[in-house]
Structure formats: C-alpha cells, structure tokens
Design a protein. Structure first.
Length: 123
C-alpha cells in the first residue's frame, strides 16, 4: 500500500497524546507494562520519562514529537508490515518513524522479547 500525501499530512498533524493512551492500553491488555512501553519509546526516540511526559502534556503533534527525537541508529532494522504498510517502502520520513513506533508497540504487545524489539546487536 502506498501512503498518499493526505495520509502523511494527517499523521503529521495527529497529536501524540491522543495515540499514547491506546499504546498503553494495547500493551497492558497483553500483559506488558507501561514501563516496558516507555523503554521502547526511549530506545527509538531518546526521550527520557520526564521529556516524554512533557511532550504528552504539551499535546505535540507527531511532527513535533519526532522533530525533537534522536532516532536510534538501529531503527532502520525495524522491518515488516504495520497498518497495511511495509515499513521499508514508506517514502515519507515522518510517516516511517511513526510506523517504526507502531511496529515496536505491536511487537511488545505480541510478547516479543525486549532484546529482539530493541534490535540488540550481536557482538
């Protein structure tokens, strides 16, 4: 599926705070914790607990959320299909980052081991 410019714009303008409670519900319903969700978000974005809460309180858009993020250098290892889109084929950088987050949350909810979710590199 190819994302349209309208789809990309809708994602960019969506408030992170409006989606965050759904992430929490999804992972907790499957027996995972909010702390694990925050670990995944921190790994992807570099945001600590306090900064994450500030961004939620400010009701920033995904565009602003990811503008301030330091994306993990291993994020490119996140592959697969989420919400009908193959992550590696998403052209729009912001939409790809949002789908990275969606995919990580999905993997957490599905019970994947944390080292696999966080794309731990073998030495």
């Amino acid at each position: 599926m190819k994302a349209t410019p309208e789809h990309n714009e809708r994602i960019a303008k969506m408030a992170f705070a409006s989606v965050y409670p759904h992430y929490v519900t999804k992972v907790e319903k499957k027996g995972r914790t909010k702390a694990e969700l925050h670990e995944v978000i921190t790994w992807l974005t570099g945001f600590d607990e306090n900064r994450l809460q500030e961004l939620i309180n400010q009701k920033v858009t995904f565009e602003d959320f990811f503008r301030h993020a330091q994306i993990n250098p291993n994020a490119h290892l996140i592959k697969g299909v989420i919400c009908g889109y193959r992550i590696e084929e998403i052209d729009n950088a912001l939409t790809r980052k949002v789908r990275y987050l969606d995919k990580l949350v999905d993997e957490l909810a599905k019970g994947r081991k944390m080292d696999k979710i966080l794309r731990a590199q073998k030495k």
